[in-house]
Design a binder for this molecule. Structure first.
Ligand code: DGL
Length: 270
């Protein structure tokens, strides 16, 4: 039993889709969330920059008394974690490996689609893990850079978004993939449109769900599950204006977080 908090971070508010799954699966856990809203997007940045930002995000979270850190950002998980994950005295987990493992279990025909930011797709992180899980698996990856701004602009269910999704997902449909990894924090909010375009026979993998299960498993195995939550169970920090974060964040988390977020100068944690 360990009542210390779990730290969770993302390049912005998208990581709240991962936090939502953790909150549902582990209702006794207390979580501190950091959203790097001042430096988003990570998906278009170089490898060195994503590693540098990820280091400072972890350094900030390490100022709390934590038992584990979850990298909720698809891009940071794909690009920075392979370089950083083993450097800390507490477990630092990402979303890529749990989602890849879930996809490898789900596929029947061995063909898996991956969508994510430019950075995630360029890193090839999903293919590397999927190949380790099963060398026979074929991976088809497509970057969908317009999806993040569409979600953040409230376009998730508009006809224009469906047209863009049809365009982006064409190579994945043509590949015959029966499983598709929604490899970016924002994509679970486009699940309806993506499911319509891909068709019922394709299984969609939400990395937030797979990660929450692996976090639960890891905490259970190490005897680190919390018995009861802290009085202030959820705390939120951002590197830009907290009011904007709270407005959109409430949508991502499906509960109000208005007035709960504080601003932090992340440049101090290099
Ligand atoms: N959070 C990022 C991800 O999951 C999307 C936004 C960004 O580009 O920073 O990859």
């Amino acid at each position: 039993m360990d009542n210390r908090r779990i730290g969770l971070f993302d390049s912005g508010l998208g990581g709240l889709t991962v936090m939502k799954e953790l909150m549902q699966l582990l209702p006794n856990e207390s979580i501190v969330y950091f959203g790097d809203t001042g430096r988003i997007p990570y998906g278009t940045k170089s490898v060195d920059t994503v590693i540098k930002y990820t280091k400072s995000d972890i350094n900030f979270l390490k100022t709390f008394d934590l038992k584990a850190i979850v990298t909720a950002c698809g891009t940071a998980s794909a690009i920075a974690l392979p370089h950083l994950a083993n450097q800390y005295d507490i477990p630092v987990m990402g979303v890529v490996a749990p989602a890849a493992r879930a996809a490898a279990r789900a596929t029947k025909n061995g063909c898996i689609g991956v969508i994510g930011t430019n950075g995630t797709v360029r890193s090839d992180a999903y293919r590397k893990i999927l190949e380790k899980e099963n060398p026979a698996i074929q991976t088809v990856s497509v970057a969908c850079p317009l999806f993040v701004p569409l979600v953040e602009s409230g376009y998730a269910e508009k006809a224009a978004t469906k047209m863009i999704a049809e365009e982006y997902l064409k190579p994945i449909i043509e590949s015959g993939a029966d499983t598709l990894i929604l490899g970016c924090t924002h994509y679970p909010l486009l699940k309806k449109v993506i499911a319509e375009v891909m068709g019922e026979h394709v299984t969609l993998i939400n990395p937030g769900v797979s990660t929450a299960y692996e976090v639960k498993e890891m905490l259970g195995e190490k005897g680190l599950l919390a018995e009861e939550p802290h009085k202030e169970q959820y705390r939120f920090y951002v590197s830009d204006d907290p009011s904007d974060f709270a407005k959109l964040g409430s949508l991502f988390l499906e509960r109000s977080i208005s007035g709960l977020a504080e601003q932090v100068d992340i440049e101090q944690y290099i």
